[in-house]
Design a protein around this ligand. Structure first.
Ligand code: AMP
Length: 115
């Protein structure tokens, strides 16, 4: 069996993680090394390496990731004060996990913090 990416293992429930939200398309879980009081990772359940690999077929899933982020932000009560969504792509952006993901950051003043 192929070695799975860490985020695939989380989606499958093979690695213990605090799942915030999951449906047939999307999984969201707490970042293991939070850069803000609220730091949640949102991923598609299908593997996409990063933004360089998206195409028209992914429009629905990408839109849904934003919708789910917005709903989680409201549920976590960070929407009023504000939050940030970050997607890192490749080396210069500091992408560490090569499985497309959004960072949802909030709960405190973010200043120049990016994730
Ligand atoms: P990036 O630098 O955009 O690739 O972000 C990867 C993020 O994944 C970092 O913020 C890590 O802290 C987070 N991360 C890595 N491993 C885990 C894990 N097992 N559970 C939750 N978050 C993780």
């Amino acid at each position: 069996m192929n070695k799975k990416n860490i985020f695939q293992e989380i989606i499958l429930g093979n690695i213990k993680s605090k799942i915030i939200y999951q449906d047939k398309d999307i999984t969201a879980f707490n970042d293991i090394n939070p850069k803000a009081l609220v730091h949640i990772i949102i991923v598609p359940n299908i593997y996409i390496k990063n933004m360089n690999k998206i195409n028209k077929k992914h429009i629905f899933i990408l839109g849904k990731m934003l919708l789910v982020s917005s709903k989680i932000a409201k549920k976590k009560k960070i929407s009023k004060n504000g939050y940030r969504i970050v997607i890192n792509c490749n080396k210069y952006a500091g992408q560490e996990v090569f499985y497309l993901h959004m960072h949802l950051l909030g709960g405190n003043y973010l200043g120049n913090i990016v994730s």
